[in-house]
Write a protein of this length. Sequence first.
Length: 109
Amino acid sequence: MTGTEALKAHVTLAVGLVLCAVAFSFEIRRALGGNALSWAYVFEWPLLGAFAVYMWWNVIHPERLVKRMSKKKVPMAPEFDGMLAAWQQHQDELSRAQETPAPSERDPR
């Protein structure tokens, strides 16, 4: 991640956390003032802030997500092996068809 992209991610996180903190303080004052519905928001804003930090961390460190995804090798059910082979064959046929020009595009000599 370049310096400009990292700076944008940091600024976005900071603005998001400030908004969550302001909303949390607003809702806690309302909840303590007797508004029962505000208690739900009192718990929602910190959770939203924690999610923002989690997403920021994943944006700043994308290689960790790639490593985690590459470690997971999900085994395929045996009944789908034939479908996978057919799909790969179809993809190969499409690739070959795109490489050769259509009959109307060929040189008419």
